[in-house]
Write a protein of this length. Sequence first.
Length: 426
Amino acid sequence: MQTKVNNATNKKLIIATTIGSIFEIFDFIAFVFLTPILAEVFFPQGLNNKAVWFTYLTIAISYLLRPVGGIILGHLGDKYGRKSVFTISILLMSLPSLVIGLLPTYAQIGYFATALLIIMRILQGFSVGGEVPGSITYIAEKFKSANYFFACAWLTFGANFAVATGSQGIKLLTTYTSPEFMHSIGWRLPFLFGSLLTIIGFYIRRSISESEAYQEIQKQKQINKIPLVELFKNYRYPIISGILLSIIVSLTTSIFHVFLPTLFVTYYHFELSQTAGISAVGAITMACASLLFAYLVKFINPITILRVSLLGLVGIFTAIALEIINLGQIDKLYLWVIIISFVLAGVNGLFFAILADLFPTTIRYSGIAVCYNFAYILGAGITPLWTSSIMEITQSYHLIIMVCLSIATISLLNTFNIKKLTNYAG
């Protein structure tokens, strides 16, 4: 009976945390896919293509606010507890999405609608910065006595599952409804659905208990008054290692799941209908493979899995750079996105748990937040700018692959640092 209770509790904990990672990506996908409509709805018609650019700018602003939210919420999570902060963070993500889904349009209230949209995106970026690090911290500490690698990998599964289902769901919505419907009601539905999902997550989180690791440092009165000072004073090397570990995941997934297929439509004249499924196929592959590699930690040292996966990426990127592998055909692009997604899953399925192991309980939330958010700005936030610039100047993807190769090589060397900083024996 006790085992059944524990299993039910564990499932509840994983669901409560995974919902946050699902929403984070679902909201991003919804905003990106609906950008042309949002540009028309929230900006004056006279701006034409500039309206789309301004809409993308709201995404960039949201990304830039993530480290700020991560630092502040991480600090609060280390000082006052994981449960309270990451329960509030999911509510902070939910309310702006709900407001966006209910906002009046530019035609109704003018630039006030535009301002409200930007403010809501700022609030979302702030809260997302603390949401995922809070989930990682909580899950890693709650499942420390079990295979916490596998438990943390469900967050990865949720994020990639959201990419696949979100992109396809919005595609179906826009395909099988009229433009009039999408401009009036249809664009609101994904945001309203997302807010409902996170509100459910909030109510689940209200009933969970604080992590035992945090309760222990409370009892021993080891809470830092200013965790961030301790973090940046004594844990600079773990921060650097954590960013290098995270950036290969954010960079590779953003390039191969989103931006490279999109750029190929423009520069290699692929059909959008041909490339539309690449994101979903890559995401599903990585979601399932991440769980597999995380489970294998029971039998194989995580350092070994990391190194084999990164060696695989170095080999693939080298072959692409040397034109041994050609991505210029749609069937080959699909094939290699699937292969790269599977190989990258050896990192993606493990790096959340490893981030948790790089820092002690007293500053863990803050440490993960700094590493995760700065890596995702560098690896994903500015990626569309430099990848599109390279394609525009060179009409080739090879310099983009060289950047991937360089980061993969640095990440491989970084595993020696990770081995020293953790207690892994590999």
